[in-house]
Design a protein. Structure first.
Length: 78
């Protein structure tokens, strides 16, 4: 039932920012279709843009991206 608000799914992911820094961030996903929600501390959509599921962000704890480490330099022939 799309009209009943559901909590978003928050996952922890690690990616390389600017190609040399590993960063941990926690994006929010739609609980119905697993589409990434464009959400943050200053903007939370009321509905999923893919499936129309109503989303409730009231219990989401927003955190800054955390820098884990800097990637070492690698040569092309290694």
């Amino acid at each position: 039932m799309k009209f009943i608000a559901r909590k978003p799914v928050v996952r922890t992911e690690v990616y390389r920012k600017y190609g040399f820094t590993y960063v941990e961030h926690k994006p929010c996903y739609c609980p119905r279709c697993n589409h990434v929600l464009n959400a943050g501390p200053n903007f939370q959509p009321k509905y999923c843009s893919e499936c129309g599921q109503k989303i409730d962000f009231s219990e989401v704890k927003w955190e800054e991206e955390k820098i884990l480490e800097h990637a070492g330099r690698r040569l092309a022939n290694e």
